[in-house]
Write a protein that binds this ligand. Sequence first.
Ligand code: FUC
Length: 946
Amino acid sequence: MNMRSRFVLALRALVVLPLLASAIAAPGALGAPLDQTETTAHVADPKGNPLRMWYTNPVSDWENQALVQGNGTTGLMAFGNPGRDRLHFNEKTLWRGGPAQGRTYLGGNKATAITPQQLNDYRLALDNKSTNVFGLPPTGVGGANQQLTSLMFGNTGGMGMYQDFGDLYLDFGATGITDATASNYVRDLDMSTAVSTVEFDHDGVHYRREYFVSYPDQVAVVRLSASEPGKLTFTTSTAAASGLTTTATADPNEKRITLAGQVNDNQMRAEMQLKLQNEGGTVSSSDGRTLTVNAADTVTLVYSTGTNYKNDYPTYRGEDPHDKITQRVDSAIASGYGALRDRHLADYQELFSRVKFDVGATVPDIPTDQLMRNYRTGSHDLAVDQMAYQFGRYLSIAGSRDGDLPTNLCGLWMIGSAGAFWGADYHFNVNVQMNYWPAMITNLAETQVPFNEFVKSLVVPGRLTAERSAAVKTEDFASAPLGTGKGFLINTQVNPFGHTAPIGSQEYGWNIGGSSWVMQNLYDYYLFTGDETFLRDTAYPMLKEMAAFWDEYLWYSPYQKRLTVAPGVSAEQGPTAVGTTYDQSLVWELYRMAIEASEKLGVDADLRAVWQDKQSQLDPILIGEQGQVKEWFEETSLGKAQAGDLPEVGIWNFGAGGSANQGSVHRHTSQLVGLFPGTLISKDTPEWMDAAIKSLEQRSLNGTGWSKAMKINMYARTGRAEDTYSMVRAMLAGNRNGLMDNLLDSHPPFQIDGNFGLTAGMTEMLVQSQLGYTQFLPALPSAWKDGNVDGLVARGNFVLGMEWADGAATEFRVTARNGGTFVGEYPGIARTVVKDADGNLVAAKANGSDKISFDTTEGQTYTIAFEPVGVGFANVSWHVDRAETVGELTSSAAKQVRQHIAQAQRLAESPASNRAVIVQLDDAARKGRASAELVKALDALAATFR
Ligand code: FUC
């Protein structure tokens, strides 16, 4: 809608709404569960549901086609073949590595600690610029800096990897159903319900399969039905993935199959139990391993998975899972399908429906794979934006729930050897942090809890790593209370058995900033929720430990003349170096959080002073010859470096990493971690911001999936909406370097971090709050010119709704979950009217034309309406005309009032004129016998100018 038509509409509204109108929409920030009738709609009808992914073929290439489902513990990927359905199942805690018989396992750490003397000598060697720009001679691209790995690295034994679990097969071969003879095939996943289905016709019968994974009941559920009775005949069998030794036993009386055994590598117990219930027909077992259902009307199958893993240092083992799993499947079957489904929907929808994201898409009437193919060839359907956005939220709920481990590189979905998926481990040099970027901002704080818990559990093993690889020792590291240690290091590759040591190659193994980086996720949990207990008992003690680590570890470089992290790296590229921008920035942010948290808690004033002092000596952001943010102190222009009296050289190991997108367009934009997720570079530091933009331009629109997602978040922080959106499009169209047909992200291989990063980045385009106040629509692209969103969260626990048209805001809504002062920024926001839920005007203070603040009451919703400028003046004019017509105002008085209004309107166009406008309007109000309505309208208009 353009300004003119909005104006006309506003005038029309005045006929029925004679007073200054700023209609207040119902807030609905914490929406009620979705209409459940929708969930039972016939799936073959693609119309009307923008959150339904659907396909007309079964899965043949799982990475590209499988629809993933889960409850944070048990995963399901249904292939949906009519003849023989394959249900792949995973279990979150199933891993190789860690403690095992015959293995001395120490979290990958060196057996003895590096000594302070060794560390010092090494630092001096790196800082010595007499023969080599980076102090030590290169040992070849992709190769290791021998000193780093020999002095500080641990060993890879016991790192292990994620372990695939197995498959359930439902074989309908005996009935003659084959993929070829089935017709009208549709397979789908509805993100609004987290239920997927497969439907097809065969021999005059319509078959339907429904799949979901329930968090409340801790089981996966499959419901088979047919349009005619007695048509369900199939055999259920199981197969375990390689790496496991298991036995399958079927009990036809119990209608149960148990697949139990252990992980070969570490003897971890693993079990999956399937139980079914048939209506009509019979159940038998011909071989004691499989179950055959004969001529049933409907069948409900449930399965559950578990291991004896327990996140308990140093044994990491708990109870055998058998009893727990037996109880889960028994009670699920006893509950019955309807109750299971109702509980699943209530649980899932309460989380998922909190956020609405509508940028104006219509529901496409083509299958999702076709939609994606079209997108890649330039047909940019906004439906893809909306689906991909919500998919990141869907995956957060499906992959990360309280009581289990956080999502790994594959979330919880993977088939085959994890070796092909970087071990599907926890990578702490961007990937796992990215997995949790959308959690807080998209109103899914609960899904971050497992991550908070996990990171906290790494403190003890991480303390040992700090001692062994960085010579910073915590006495009694295993028992020292949280907050009293000297810090914990979490390097790049981490498993659930406290593996925190640096291992592997120089360019990726050493990640001394990893634990400091992840503290940003945890501190954000506090900033978003305001959970002071979490701050006091968990986040702050961890921050304090890390500050203690840096207090001791930071080293004054005589060459750089500043405090530095040495040795350090810039994640996955370049040489080992002193004071990289990546490390310096992460430490700066760590101190920022520690300082701020100690202030909030009113503790440790003496330490705070030390931290402030150290932080001020880091000088993290340095600008290079091309105006770029330098990645290394020695960098001159991109890929080049110079130091001392030595000539300029190419940066060795520049573009390392052995995969796509290297060199100048290297996938890691590590030098910009202060822009995102940090706060170091912002619109308040314009010179650095310009340099960050330059660096982003140098890195290009290319990248692996997650790398594109990272750059979306970074671009959003620059406020450059169109550039940000170009990155979004590059990712949505990226296929194996972005989103595949099933909307999963690919590096390649499939890597789930990009899905989360994408949702976070799209949210950053709509709202940001890292500077201590809420920025509305900071990077709104023209492609999203009309839209509305609801339920996003800003720091301070403000839940936001936003509506805009033609690229301009029309209304914001703020629900203050915790109360407190709300500060919002948007161009011209000072001219809005703020009202509470009862329609009462709220006194808001303006700070310039683009910022307002107002006090809130816990639980209240406030509306910030943009109509008044246009509508207000039109409204007043209407009243003047009316008053003149009915003789309430003489023509000369009306003329005078109009002059004042015109003047006020001119002034209103200049932002700094609020006072003058009020004076003009007051003046107008006093002119000749104005009616009560006119005075009221003028007052209301005046009230919008503070
Ligand atoms: C780091 C990245 C790779 C990949 C891997 C899981 O090594 O540099 O691109 O994301 O993690």
